[in-house]
Design a protein around this ligand. Structure first.
Ligand code: DOR
Length: 458
């Protein structure tokens, strides 16, 4: 991201929540030359030379920009689903200033040339783009990719996401290298043998709809295997899109035993259940309505039960789960306008993430500072702190910030998305919590005037 600079920005009167500096209170923030210049109780605009854009942020939260360590940008190879530019624009609308591109592209990100290609394509988009490299060549699960080459090219972690590293011996090797290379292996934990043809969570809803189920144990069996391998090797295991109560319990226990494991959870696994496939947008009174078989609910890992949702929320609150990650998985229309069995797995998440996550805050299950920690310092820590310069509102550091109204109610309208992926079951659903502005590298890359105006009048 190397965009031309804009005039300085003074943000006044917002609730600054800056977990890295332990700050939560009403402050002014001054931004110039791409950096945070000052955070103070009062910075008079009149004291500043030259033209300054003043943003009155009364009633808004001002925090470090969100980091997403799990974004499918689809480029190269699937530009009809998303491009790096449209994915970055969606990130900006969602309050994300750093996103990590997943390697299930075509070609897959298994060599330095593809990493360079993405870096070039990302040079002038409105978000910082970091890259995950493949664990195995072509994500085929047979032979390790050249991890050292990929690290030299700048990858920040490894994953075969979309597919697991299926071969336990290869996973052992990858974790061994990860220990020495100092980067995590993010595994998509799914034992295919336990869910042949599965399209949604195994349970009463899959029975009612007559759809092949995916039992929670398909995830949990591989989480258990990987924790054992992390213990054996000392390698850095990161559990991608963790979604079941059993997985949360295993990660909690592994951490207590000092095993080097981290985990992420997606916004949809913190709110939606398998009942959404019945077509009633989660309404338990809709046994199977006319909109049943809603393919927009098809995602891997699948939406599960209320018990799983509650366990994921509790795990995020108590730190068992280190961070939120979107698994933003944009798909073109025809991939979803088909039968449930044929539909692609995945939800377009970047632009609904904050509103979805805020439900756990409004319910009192996760405090607002904790939620912000899980979107900023949490993900940076998973990657080993190479991103920590972007996670604190400290003078002298790059100015990546998100401003949002925690209470603003709004209705999701996919036609407003910057993402090419309009595939979300949340279309038409009211959420509470909306991004007002996103600042990346000192530049205002997104603003929502209706929400920002609240600050102007507060
Ligand atoms: O639902 C999903 N979609 N889960 C994944 O792990 C991959 C992703 C995709 O690439 O579409």
């Amino acid at each position: 991201m190397a965009l031309p600079q804009q005039r300085p920005i003074l943000i006044t009167g917002g609730r600054v929540i800056d977990p890295a500096n332990g700050r939560d209170g009403i402050f002014d923030v001054l931004i110039a030359d791409g950096e945070i210049k000052a955070v103070d109780q009062s910075i008079p605009a009149g004291s500043l030379d030259g033209a300054v854009r003043v943003i009155h942020a009364g009633g808004l939260v001002v925090c470090p920009g969100f980091i997403d360590i799990h974004t499918h940008l689809r480029e190269p190879g699937f530009e009809y689903k998303e491009t790096i530019a449209t994915g970055a624009a969606a990130a900006a609308r969602g309050g994300f200033t750093t996103i990590c591109a997943m390697p299930n592209t075509d070609p897959a990100i298994d060599n330095a040339a593809v990493v360079d290609y993405i870096a070039n394509r990302a040079a002038s988009v409105p978000a910082r783009v970091r890259v995950f490299g493949c664990v195995t060549k072509q994500r085929a699960g047979r032979e390790l990719a050249d991890m050292e080459e990929l690290i030299s090219a700048g990858v920040v972690a490894f994953s075969d996401d979309g597919d697991p590293v299926y071969d336990a011996g290869l996973m052992r090797l990858a974790l061994t290298y990860s220990r020495d290379l100092g980067v995590p292996i993010s595994n998509h934990c799914e034992d295919h043998e336990l869910c042949p043809g599965g399209v949604m969570a195994e349970g009463w809803v899959s029975s009612r709809l007559g759809l092949a189920g995916i039992p929670a144990v398909a995830e949990e069996a591989m989480v258990a295997r990987d924790i054992s391998l992390a213990e054996l090797t000392g390698g850095r295991l990161h559990v991608a899109h963790l979604s079941s109560a059993g997985s949360v319990a295993m990660v909690r226990q592994a951490k207590e035993r000092g095993i080097p494991v981290t985990a992420e959870v997606c916004p949809h696994h913190l709110l939606l259940t398998d009942a959404w496939a019945l077509g009633g947008k989660g309404d338990p009174n809709v046994a199977a309505g006319p909109l049943a078989y809603d393919t927009y609910t098809k995602v891997y890992p699948p939406l599960r039960t209320e018990t799983d949702v509650a366990a994921c929320v509790a795990g995020l609150a108590d730190g068992t789960i280190d961070c939120v990650a979107t698994d933003h998985a944009p798909h073109e229309r025809v991939s979803k306008e088909c039968t449930y069995h044929e539909a692609a797995f995945g939800i377009s998440v970047l632009e609904t993430a904050l509103g979805t996550l805020m439900s756990a805050v409004h319910n009192g299950d996760v405090s607002l500072p904790t939620m912000i920690e899980r979107l900023t310092t949490g993900p940076a820590r998973v990657l080993g702190n190479g991103l920590s310069q972007y996670t604190a509102l400290t003078p002298g550091t790059p100015a990546d910030l998100t401003l949002f109204d925690p209470d603003a109610a709004w209705t999701v309208d996919v036609n407003q998305f910057a993402s090419m992926g309009r595939n979300t079951p949340l279309d038409g659903v009211e959420l509470r919590g909306r991004v007002a502005a996103t600042i990346a590298g000192g530049r205002l890359v997104f603003e929502e005037p209706a929400v920002l105006n609240k600050g102007e009048t507060a």
